[in-house]
Ligand binder design. Structure first.
Ligand SMILES: [Zn+2]
Length: 115
């Protein structure tokens, strides 16, 4: 199994396809969303991709004791029902789109355990 395939299994987010991995003092996993059409974050309808994709850099679980980031290419989409252009729905991220929901959940649990 090649490195990309290994990291695809580690990331384990169905909506993301891993395209490259940079391993240095930190690990950066490059990926993009892979659904055929973006999903409107407001009404969950299938929406139309518009404009250029944007890059999000979000924190995920450490791997091999290294700070790990997902660098995700995401689409902006226009929803006919809502009449708005927004970043596509990314249910695996926290609401600020700065970390994965699983990272926030485990970091919060660790903080509470230390109280
Ligand atoms: Zn919508």
């Amino acid at each position: 199994m090649n490195t990309i395939a290994v990291y695809q299994q580690i990331v384990k987010i169905k909506q993301l396809t891993v395209t490259a991995v940079d391993i240095d003092k930190e690990i950066v996993i490059h990926c993009h969303t892979n659904t055929e059409f973006p999903t409107c974050p407001t009404c969950r309808s299938s929406a139309q991709a518009v404009d250029d994709p944007i890059m999000l850099r979000v924190r995920d679980h450490d791997l091999s004791l290294r700070t790990t980031w997902l660098s995700i290419k995401v689409r902006q989409c226009y929803c006919d029902k809502c009449g708005e252009t927004q970043i596509e729905a990314l249910p695996f991220l926290d609401k600020n789109r700065q970390a994965t929901a699983r990272y926030v959940k485990s970091a919060t649990a660790a903080l509470n355990a230390n109280r």
